[in-house]
Design a binder for this molecule. Structure first.
Ligand SMILES: Cc1cc2nc3c(=O)[nH]c(=O)nc-3n(C[C@H](O)[C@H](O)[C@H](O)COP(=O)(O)OP(=O)(O)OC[C@H]3O[C@@H](n4cnc5c(N)ncnc54)[C@H](O)[C@@H]3O)c2cc1C
Length: 397
């Protein structure tokens, strides 16, 4: 039976419930800086270089952009953030966001750290998923060669075998701990290799329910087809498809490489086409709900309205464990908190790691929150509305 979804993203009181006036002022300042394209771009570059040169800027970064978008420098540091989200029925996804190290010891260390996140999730309420990037566990250059069908040297081959073993170790640990695990989507020139690893994991560990989820970046023109193919494989081999849908975070990098190497840009020609593909993919997942477990990773309001509507049309309850809504910590609380209050399954990525090592992640969030991308002006408008609401409340007392 159809029941109209009951929530409004305009309910900013719910969105900012955990924030004090001081927190809000700080957020306003951070999003104002991010909203200025030049300040944001230069600020992040300056911060990255200053850290490399060991200038004493860590405390400033930690108090501002790091605190806005990250849980802390370690799992233990992040516990306060996790508890605060849980208080509002929002799950946390501990995201060890260290990027850019590419030697075998670093890959082993990253595997061990992600194993810790899996064990922490398995033994703590309110952490429904783990997550990792395959490039944290293996060399992207080798995966690029594999996708390009180039021959690997014996050393490269053995390095890739170690990557596969690390990935499988994480899947196995997640399966044993009954923790769902998300494989993040990355750049298209080695994504096929990641897809193969994720599909092998699904075929092995998703027989009873979805443990392994792959990511489908809907800004890619071929992705709806790939999602359907992945579903077809899941049906043929009788396992559940874990599908995390996102629009995609590497648009500029993808365009630059395509132009440099002279192949067609794999990204949709405009934002509308990406939006249509994302919403079409939501429809496909819900239409195939017998086999598909969905995580909808987006801050897009319309997509976050369409999905509850689709669930209602299919008679699915908000708490149906086949559907999760996911956002990133520090962004779009008006979506996360209102959906959670309406009873939907919501979780937020809580990135953590040493400040220096999470800078590439923070740079991506800064780029996403410029006035060009449009996200921060939305955040600023909401914060202003909440200031006005609180002021009116005080005046009425
Ligand atoms: C929980 C979660 C997990 C995520 N995991 C991943 C991941 O594994 N891999 C990954 O790549 N990203 C990931 N992201 C980031 C995501 O891909 C987007 O970059 C980000 O969420 C912004 O998209 P949106 O749907 O939230 O919002 P919107 O603001 O509606 O969409 C912005 C996005 O639209 C697309 N876009 C913008 N302009 C154009 C254009 N001119 N032409 C074509 N497309 C355009 C781009 O993908 C851009 O990021 C994740 C996001 C979330 C919330």
């Amino acid at each position: 039976m159809y029941t109209k979804p009951q929530f409004s993203f305009e309910n900013i009181q719910v969105a900012f419930a955990p924030k004090s006036d001081e927190d809000l002022k700080k957020m306003f300042l951070i999003f104002s800086v991010l909203n200025n394209n030049l300040l944001s771009k230069w600020g992040v570059s300056l911060a990255t270089w200053s850290l490399k040169l060991r200038l004493p800027v860590k405390w400033l970064i930690k108090q501002t952009i790091f605190e806005q978008f990250c849980g802390g420098e370690s799992i233990e540091d992040s516990n306060i953030t996790i508890k605060s989200l849980n208080q509002y029925k929002i799950g946390a996804i501990l995201d060890y966001s260290v990027e850019g190290k590419d030697d075998e010891e670093s890959f082993d260390r990253t595997r061990d750290e992600i194993l810790r996140t899996i064990h922490h999730a398995g033994s703590t309420d309110g952490i429904p998923f783990s997550v990792f990037k395959v490039t944290g566990l293996g060399d992207a250059r080798i995966m690029t060669k594999i996708q390009a069908k180039q021959t690997l040297s014996a050393k490269e081959q053995s390095s890739f075998e170690r990557t596969k073993a690390r990935v499988d170790r994480l899947f196995e640990a997640a399966y044993e701990a009954k923790v769902k695990i998300l494989v993040d989507g990355e750049e298209c020139w080695f994504q096929d290799v990641i897809d193969d690893l994720a599909e092998e994991g699904m075929a092995r560990y998703n027989k009873e329910t979805a443990i392994v989820y792959n990511t489908y970046q809907m800004y890619r023109q071929d992705m709806l087809r790939k999602l359907k193919d992945a579903h077809h494989n899941a049906v043929t081999d009788a396992y559940s498809l874990g599908a995390k849908l996102v629009r995609g975070a590497y648009m500029e990098k993808e365009a630059e490489r395509a132009e440099k190497l002279g192949y067609a840009n794999p990204i949709h020609p405009n934002k509308e086409a990406t939006d249509d593909a994302f919403n079409e993919a939501l429809k496909f997942c819900i239409n195939n709900k017998q086999r598909v477990f969905l995580v909808s990773g987006t801050h897009n309001e319309l997509s976050n309205i369409i999905l509850p509507e689709l669930m209602s049309l299919h008679g699915m309850k908000p708490k149906d464990d086949r559907v999760y809504f996911a956002q990133l910590y520090g962004m779009s609380d008006h979506i996360s908190y209102n959906l959670a209050q309406a009873g939907y399954n919501v979780a937020k990525y809580v990135p953590y790691g040493p400040v220096e090592a999470v800078m590439p992640y923070l740079a991506r969030r800064a780029a996403e929150n410029t006035s060009v991308a449009g996200q921060s002006s939305r955040e600023l408008t909401l914060i202003k509305q909440e200031f006005a609401r609180r002021k009116a409340g005080k005046n009425n007392n």
